[in-house]
Design a binder for this molecule. Sequence first.
Ligand code: DGL
Length: 256
Amino acid sequence: MTIGIIDSGLGGYSIFHALHQAYPSAAFYFLADQKNAPYGNKTALEIQNIATKNIQWFIDHGIHEIVIACNTMNAVALPVLKERFPTVVFHEVVEPTLEQIPNDTKSLLVVATKLTIQSEIYTKALRQRFPRMKIHASVLPELVSMVEGMRSQADMQAYIEQELSQESLHADALILGCTHYPLARPAFNHVFKQNIYDSIQVMVDQFKDKKLVEGEVKCFTTKDAIYAHIQVKELFQSDVDFTKIEVDHETDPRCQ
Ligand code: DGL
């Protein structure tokens, strides 16, 4: 069966890209819901609604196994999605990302979208696992739009420096708790010299012992197929065609 991958845009593309490189004959459908990006500055109810419609789109295309390549959707919509779509297999991103943190980490900074930080999905799990760890959590509300707008690493570095405290930049470890943020990795590498953890390889590893069905790979966007093509060519050197799709994001009655 084809595996679906969903995000608001390029963050999910980096996970799709890594999965496709690791498993080149496997069938993947990637959906970039760029019309609704950034997810992180919306409300939890809006994301639950958007996510419900997007998952329904995959089901309508015969896809019942989906990678939630988006921390924000994972944080605020996954429990609702599991309830609404009990037969769908969801692969979440937050838990595998957290599992990388070594036990002797004394202090940690997690950066993510506003909704992810507000949900406390990372901080609660970290506190439970590492009760003595000093945890900093920071929102970078503009960074997803900067990535989508293909802003320079220098611009993103300046933005990150302006948003993060000196104390947090000296933590032992940094979690990039948004799948878009690895696209600003050179900028993060400049401002944070200790260990940085992201979600890409851990998501690839989720499938390493699985027998993946061979088949077509397709990329879809809810916004502008030509711009999406330009973005992935520029950022990933991929020559991939996107198909523009319409997903009816009118409010689902269950999300009112
Ligand atoms: N890349 C997603 C995440 O990991 C969504 C970012 C956004 O659209 O705000 O949270």
